[in-house]
Each structure stands twice: as C-alpha cells, then as structure tokens.
Ligand binder design. Structure first.
Ligand code: ADP
Ligand code: ZN
Ligand code: ZN
Length: 700
C-alpha cells in the first residue's frame, strides 16, 4: 500500500490545502485523475504527489485509518507537470486552494465520469475526430489556402518573434493593422513544429469569428473552442481533444488559460487590455497574467495584442530603466491598406446648449451637427454606430408630483424602465415588475422617465431620422441564444443604417460599411471614483473608432464623434490625435505620483453581510489582524468602506483595500493573513455571509 496526496475540490473555508491523503495499492504519477471517497460522496480528484511519511497507523500494524482511492482513470494521460505547476501557482497567488483551482478548471462532465463512462466518451471522441480528419484531409487535398503577402510591419514583427528565446511580447498594433495575421503566422510556425497553440479572446461573442478565420487558414487542423457557451458534452469533447494532444488549436475565453495542452507551443492573448480577462468570482484570477506566467514556465512565447494595451502591460513592455523590460514591445502603427484612422470630432455640449438652448439637448440625444453627419451617411448608404452604455429605456422613473423614484427595494440602485415590455427591472438583483399605472407614493398618474437608455435612444433616432433603419444591439436584444450572431449578420448584410449599441458592439466586430461611430454620453468615466475608468474609456473609444473605416476605400471619410461637456479634457485631446502613447504616459505619471498600480500592488478584501455594521465589523477586525502580522508596516491598509453599490439583493457589501509597493511584500502578508481570516469568519462576533480576497482587483 502507498499513500497518495490527492487534490479535491474542498470549499476554501474548510481547509486551505485541499490536498487529502488516500491509500492506493500502487503508486500513480502526479496528475493522474482518480475517484475518491469524500464524506458520504465519491468525487473526482487529481493525484498531486506521493505522501512522504508512511501511514503511522500502518507502521503500527493496525488497520489503516486512511480511505482508499476508489478508481484510477487510466484511460486518460496524467496532467503535465507544467499544468500542475500552473494550478499550484494560481492557487497560491490568488489565495485559493489548489484543489479548487484544479477541479474548477475541468469540464463539469469530466468530474462526474467513472472509468466506464470515460471509456465510452473517448470512443465517441475517436469517432468524431476520425470523421473530422477525413473532412480535413479532403480540404487539404483541395489546395492550401491563400495567405496575404505580409505588410512590412507584420514582417518585421514576425522576424523579431522568430528571433531569440521565447518571451512574452506586447503587440501594440492599431485597429486594422493586421494583428490577427500575425497570430495566424505565429500559429502556423508552432503547428508546423508539432506544437499546440492557445488563443484567448475576451468574449464568447468573438470566438466564432476568430474560429472561422483560423479554420479557413488551417483547414487540415483540429481546432476547438473552450468557453461557457458550449453544451456540457461539447465542452468535455473539446477539452479531451486538447488534453489528449489531438487538438492543434484551442480558442477560448479566460477559462481556456487552464486548458490542458501537452504540446503547448504558443499563447496569444488578443485584446489583452480587456477587463473580461479577470474572473470576478471564486478564484479571481487574471487569465492574461496567468498566460504570461504559464508561457514563462513552459518556455513558450506569449503574444499579448492590443491597440490600447492595459497600462500594466504597457509599463511592463516599457524601458527597463523605468521599471519595465519584462515584455518585448512590438509596434504596428499603420492600418493595412494604408487607410487613415478615423478623424475624431469632439462636440462641445456647452456650446450647443448656448446655441440651441438646453431644452433642445434634453429633447434630442444628438447635437445638430452630429445629426447632420448621420444624415450624410444615410444619403451615401453608409452605416453609423451610436454608443450608449446603458440598456433599457430610461435609468429611472420619477413622479412629477411628489418626487418618487423607482428605487429597488433590495439594492442601493434604481430600477431601470424597460418600455418594450413595460417593466421596471433592477439590473443588480434582477427583480422585475410591471410599471405601476400611478405613483406608488401619491397616486399621481404622471410618472416620467428620466435620462436615456439604448431603447429610448433607438426610438428617438427613429423619430429624428425618418426612413432610416435603426437597430439596437445590447444585452436585452441578444438574450436569446444565437440572436447576437443573427443581429450582427443583419448589420453586415447592410440591413441596418444606424445601430444603437452598448460596449458589446464596440469590440472586435468588423463592420465594413461603417463610417461613423458616435459616443453620446461618455463623460461619466472622466470623474469616476475608479482610477481605471479613464483607461477604459480611452480604450473603448479607440476600439469603437476601430469599427469605423475598416474598408480602406471609406477610411478617408470615417469619423468618431464624441459629445462632451469637457472638450478640453486631456483624454479627448489624446484621442483626437490617436495618441495612445501620450495618454498612457500621462496616466502612468499620475499613477506613479499617487502610488497606484502598476507602481503598487493591491488586494481587496470584500465582505457581505446582512447589515452594513456586520460587514464593516468583520473588515475592522481583519484590519487589526493584518496590522499585527510581521511585515505589516510595509503594507498600507485602507479603512473599510461600503462597496460602490453597497446593497444588492438585501445583502450589504463592504470592502477594504490593502496595498504595498512590492508584490512580494504584499503576498507575504496575504499568505499569513488568510488563515487568520478563516478563524475570524467563524467567530460569532465577526461572522459574515461571505468574504473574499481579490488579488490585483481591477475595479475598486
Ligand atoms: P486588427 O486585428 O489589428 O484590428 P485585422 O487582423 O482584423 O486587424 O486586419 C484588418 C484587415 O486587414 C483584415 O480584413 C485582414 O484580413 C486584412 N489583412 C491583414 N493582414 C493583411 C495583409 N498582410 N495583406 C492584406 N490584408 C491583410
Ligand atoms: Zn408621487
Ligand atoms: Zn435590486
């Protein structure tokens, strides 16, 4: 008998190290999938290693106290050391248990399989792959797909990438500069060398489009996707193809960073700045940062691409003297085909108000010059995109008589008026009710929408532009499965003249005939309490601008319009010049003088409780604990505060920021603090509903 250390998915609060010892008749290598008893259940586990000390009970010749492994899934090759190390790192860095990280990275269906069921699935997979191989062979016979001649900038970038040891690189390329072609060529290189490539995208919506481009380029290759939009059976099949080394290319969202890839040769992170790469629950990992770590440790190149890199990545790719030097910086400033970037027009709302009266602005969402620009597009048969990051008809209803407003009874937020189904909906807790006929407080029937959401904007634009086909794409319009693809297709087919949308349409999509993008209400981000808000706004507007004029023939008359009360703001000035570098430099200077990331490292402790007092009491006690830890004087512990939306679904939320100038300093403290926090949360005086530590939080 030997003792195996096995990872199981234990809730973090029960024991930080979810590694349990089990007996097995023979040793199995680390990474082997097993089934083990846990309490009254039988669960999936992963062999982590052999226990060093023999079982004391056994040494005494008594019956072993340990339970035995039930089954070893020998049909599946063990996880590689690289994968196991990734899990170990992610767990320690994000302060979770390795069992939780490892098991939650597996497809749910895999966790439920026993050996017999697994064998059946593998047989089915073999059949599917054989069929796919036949199709691929036929495609390969039909001839090799055409590749465009590389632009000089693409060639230069690829030359640099081919040269020297694998290393993370930041590909800073304008929208339309042909970054995808660079990914394709890099993938081609590693595939030819018999390796696998992993390509990450920020959103599920972007996978079909990218998958199509890769499939077109590599018709003979096995390409699979990994994201939460798959059925459990699909997800298992795709995952198995990757794990068995049968898939050559894996495309996926952040979860795919944990894909098991025995022949990994390249990781691409497209739109690396996108906040969606940060997981916002459970193990709150950054898929981008883990990709960089994984690449380093498996010695494969990592390519981070963006037209507006995150300031962290930009800093890391900066000169070593200034604290950077971690990534190679590769630059592609020009658009393919030589098309110019769209001209940026900033509409000064104060001037418009002086000219046409404030009343006009309230009634019309668009300033007259912008409306004229839209009409011009209509006359020429071109498309426009009007961005508004607020879905619904109006963010709040109010009573003109007594001032009642449509507050959510369960959240510190307004319920949004949705006119299409005449509901009031809270976007935080989801509560949905019919719109009242009269004011619930005073009975006055005159209740009015305040402000504007996408539904209302769509309605107003249809009024202002008679004959125009106005469409809308947001989370509401695309709720049904497949409807986003359908709506995008109708935009591509030219069935929409003016598209109203939230930021979900600003990313990645390639609208050929779009020559105008307008942001009608962008200012809020300039004065947000979140220090990352300007970075996000800049990136969103650059990305959105990237939708315009992708057809070189139309690029010359493509425009981005921004309505603002602050036309002189430095952010808009940089945007007008398409000057990401200047914007990044000024933001980094601000961050440096304020000691904010990337010049410091942060963790956010969040607590949820029934009352604000309880949440804050937990955090106060946690702060006292932290202050007593060795090394605490090197760490700044901010006072606990209510979260920006302090109540959601009747739960009060509070948070506390912890900051240090060095990553190591911060992590040394966190590692000691966590066990103490676990004790704290089980004491009656400081008990809370939930608490969580968010390492490198991206919104605070
Ligand atoms: P990015 O991802 O940088 O915004 P894309 O990769 O989408 O840019 O490229 C923009 C367009 O240019 C795409 O239609 C692409 O097919 C085309 N393209 C890219 N590289 C070349 C090339 N070397 N020659 C011709 N067309 C290219
Ligand atoms: Zn009223
Ligand atoms: Zn609510």
């Amino acid at each position: 008998m030997c003792r195996l250390r096995v990872l199981v998915d234990l809730p973090r609060h029960s024991r930080l190290d979810a590694v349990l010892d089990y007996l097995a008749p023979e040793p199995w290598p680390a990474g082997t999938l097993v089934r083990v008893p846990l309490g009254k259940r039988e669960v999936c586990g992963i062999v982590w290693g052999m226990a060093e000390t023999p079982d004391p009970a056994e040494a005494d010749g008594e019956a072993p106290v340990l339970r035995s492994v039930v089954q070893v899934l020998t049909d599946l090759p063990p996880f590689t050391h690289g994968w196991l190390r990734l899990v170990a790192f992610a767990a320690s860095y994000y302060q979770r248990s390795p069992g939780e990280v490892a098991l939650s990275a597996l497809p749910p269906d895999l966790r439920d399989l026993d050996a017999v069921q697994l064998a059946r699935r593998l047989k089915r997979l073999d059949k599917a792959l054989a069929t796919a191989a036949k199709v691929a062979n036929a495609a390969a016979q039909a001839g090799t797909p055409e590749r465009p001649a590389l632009s000089p900038e693409q060639q230069q970038v690829l030359d640099v990438l081919a040269d020297g040891p694998p290393q993370p690189s930041l590909l800073f390329g304008a929208t339309g500069s042909g970054k995808t072609e660079v990914y394709l060529r890099e993938a081609e290189r590693v595939l030819a060398a018999g390796r696998q490539a992993l390509v990450l995208v920020p959103e599920i919506n972007l996978t079909p489009q990218l998958e199509a481009r890769f499939a077109e380029r590599f018709p003979a290759r096995c390409i699979v996707s990994l994201h939460s939009g798959l059925t459990p059976a699909q997800r298992l099949q795709h995952w198995l193809s990757a794990h068995l080394g049968r898939a050559d290319l894996v495309l996926g969202t952040r979860m795919a960073v944990f894909a098991s890839l025995p022949r990994l040769g390249l990781i691409v992170v497209d739109e690396e700045h996108d906040p969606s790469y940060k997981q916002q629950e459970g193990a709150r990992y950054s898929a981008r940062d883990l990709a960089v770590w994984r690449g380093r440790h498996e010695q494969v190149p990592v390519l981070l691409g963006s037209a507006t890199p995150s300031l962290e990545s930009w800093y890391n790719a900066g000169p070593a003297e200034a604290g950077g030097g971690r990534y190679r910086r590769l630059v592609m400033p020009s658009r393919i085909g030589g098309g110019a970037l769209p001209a940026v027009r900033v509409v000064d709302l104060a001037r418009i108000a002086a000219q046409f009266g404030k009343q006009a602005l309230r009634a019309h969402p668009l300033a007259p010059p912008l409306l004229d620009a839209l009409r011009e597009r209509l006359d020429r048969g071109e498309q426009s995109l009007v961005l508004l990051n607020r879905r619904g008809y109006a963010p709040v209803l109010h009573c003109t008589n007594c001032g009642w407003k449509s507050a959510c009874p369960h959240c510190s937020a307004w319920r949004v008026f949705h006119k299409l189904d005449r509901t009031l909906r809270c976007h935080h807790c989801g509560i949905t009710e019919r719109v009242p006929r009269a004011c619930p407080d005073c009975g006055d029937p005159d209740i009015q929408p305040m402000g504007r959401g996408t539904e209302r904007l769509e309605e107003q634009l249809a009024d202002l532009l008679p004959g125009a086909r106005v469409g809308r794409i947001d989370a509401d319009s695309t709720r049904a499965k497949g409807s986003l693809a359908e709506q995008l297709a109708s935009v591509h087919a030219g069935e929409v003249d003016v598209l109203v949308g939230t930021q979900m349409v600003a990313k990645g999509h390639d609208f050929r005939r779009m020559t105008l993008v307008a942001a009608v209400q962008a200012d809020a981000a300039l004065f947000s309490s979140d220090f990352r808000a300007p970075e996000r706004l800049f990136s969103l507007l650059m990305q959105a601008g990237g939708r315009a004029g992708r057809d070189a023939a139309l690029a010359g008359r493509s425009e981005v319009w921004i309505q603002t009360w602050h036309p002189e703001h430095a952010l808009y000035a940089a945007l007008r010049r398409h000057d990401y570098e200047a914007f990044a430099a000024s933001q980094l200077a601000e961050r440096e003088s304020a000691g904010m990331p990337p010049f410091s490292f942060q963790a956010l402790l969040r607590a949820d409780a029934r009352t604000p007092e309880a949440a804050l009491a937990f955090l106060d006690a946690a702060a006292l604990q932290a202050q007593a830890l060795p090394g605490a004087q090197e760490v700044l512990i901010y006072p606990p505060v209510p979260a920006p939306i302090h109540r959601i679904a009747d739960v009060e939320r509070a948070q506390m920021l912890v900051e240090a100038s060095g990553r190591v300093t911060l992590h040394r403290l966190l590692a000691q603090w966590l066990p103490a926090l676990q004790g704290l949360s089980s004491e009656p005086a400081t008990r809370v509903l939930r608490w969580a530590l968010d390492v490198d939080p991206i919104s605070i």
